[in-house]
Write a protein that binds this ligand. Structure first.
Ligand SMILES: [Zn+2]
Length: 294
C-alpha cells in the first residue's frame, strides 16, 4: 500500500535583481489556492527576507491552517552563509516568522538541502535556537548538495533536532529525490507511485515544491548558486507542474511535518553524530556537488 505523502512548499524569490517582475507573491497565492481547493494542510517554509517584504504570505499560510517553517534568512546555501553568521541571522528570521504567523516555528529547511558535512556546524545551532526538527538533507550524492551515507528514515541528530531526510527512490545506478521539485516535474507519475509503494515502513515521505515551478510565464533568468545548467532545468516542464501536483494531492496525503515529528517515537529513532560524516566511496565523491557554481 502506498504511504501517505506530506506536502511541503518552499516559498522563495529567486530573482537575481528586484528590477525583474516579482512573480513569487502571485505564484505563492496560487499554490496556496491549490492546497485550499484540495483541503490539504502543508508545511510552508518561507525565506525570511521575502517574509519581511511580503508579510501577507506568512499570514495567509498560517490563517489557512498550514505549518509555517523557516527556509533560511536568505536563499543562500549553508556553506556560503558560514558558521559565524548563521546563528544570529537564523535567530532573527525565526522570531520574524513567529511574529507573523502566531505559531511556534518548529521546522527548519536549509536552502537547496545544503545541510552537508561542510555545514554540520548548523546542527547544534538549530538545537540552541529551538528548532525541533529539520528537513534539510538529501542522503545520497547529488549534483548540488547531498550527504551520502545518512539514514533514509527519520533520525535524531546527536543532541539536536529530529531530521526528516528528503525521500529517495532507489534505481539501479542512482537514487533520486523523486517526490519533489524538478524530479516531480520531469519523471513519470509511475515513478512516484513505484517509490511510494516501495518506501520502508520507517520512512517519512514528503514532497516539496516551489511557487516558481508552477509558473510557465516567468522569463528565464539564472538562479544564484546553481550554475547555468541547473538554472535551465528549473524552467523545464513548468506547464505540467500544476497537473502533476493535483494528481499527487488526490492520493493519500500526510499531515504537516511538525505533526509527523510529534508522532514519531523519539526514543526509537537512530542517532547520527553530525561531526562524524560517513566515508564516501569514489563514485559518490565524484558525483556529489558537480553543479554547484560556488
Ligand atoms: Zn529553496
Amino acid at each position: 500500500m502506498a504511504h501517505p505523502v506530506s506536502v511541503t512548499l518552499d516559498v522563495e524569490d529567486l530573482r537575481p535583481s528586484h528590477d525583474l517582475p516579482e512573480r513569487a507573491v502571485l505564484m505563492t497565492h496560487r499554490v496556496l489556492d491549490l492546497f485550499a481547493e484540495a483541503g490539504v494542510r502543508a508545511s510552508v517554509y518561507v525565506v525570511a527576507d521575502l517574509a519581511e517584504r511580503r508579510p501577507e504570505l506568512v499570514r495567509r499560510a498560517a490563517e489557512d491552517g498550514h505549518e509555517v517553517g523557516l527556509h533560511g534568512h536568505e536563499h543562500v546555501p549553508l556553506p556560503i552563509v558560514g558558521a559565524d553568521r548563521f546563528g544570529a541571522v537564523t535567530r532573527d528570521a525565526r522570531a520574524l516568522l513567529q511574529d507573523l504567523s502566531g505559531q511556534s516555528v518548529e521546522g527548519y529547511r536549509a536552502p537547496m538541502m545544503s545541510l552537508v558535512p561542510a555545514s554540520n556546524w548548523a546542527v547544534p545551532i538549530l538545537a540552541d535556537l529551538g528548532f525541533t526538527y529539520s528537513s534539510s538533507t538529501l542522503p545520497a550524492p547529488s549534483p548540488l548538495y547531498g550527504w551520502p551515507g545518512l539514514p533514509r528514515r527519520a533520525f535524531r541528530w546527536a543532541d539536536g533536532p529530529v531530521e526528516l531526510p528528503c525521500p529517495l527512490v532507489r534505481l539501479p545506478f542512482l537514487d533520486l529525490p523523486y517526490l519533489g521539485g524538478t524530479y516531480l516535474r520531469l519523471l513519470p507519475d509511475a515513478m512516484r507511485r513505484h517509490g511510494t509503494r516501495r518506501a520502508g515502513p520507517d520512512e517519512v515521505l514528503w514532497t516539496y515544491c516551489h511557487p516558481w515551478e508552477f509558473d510557465p510565464d516567468e522569463a528565464y533568468h539564472p538562479h544564484e548558486h546553481i550554475g547555468t545548467l541547473a538554472s535551465r532545468v528549473a524552467w523545464l516542464r513548468r506547464s505540467r507542474m500544476e497537473r502533476r501536483f493535483r494528481r499527487l494531492l488526490g492520493e493519500p496525503v500526510g499531515p504537516p511535518l511538525a505533526d509527523r515529528v510529534q508522532s514519531l517515537a523519539a526514543a526509537g529513532l537512530p542517532v547520527v553524530d553530525p561531526a562524524q560524516p560517513p566515508a564516501l566511496g569514489r563514485a559518490a565523491r565524484l558525483a556529489n556537488g558537480r553543479l554547484r557554481s560556488s
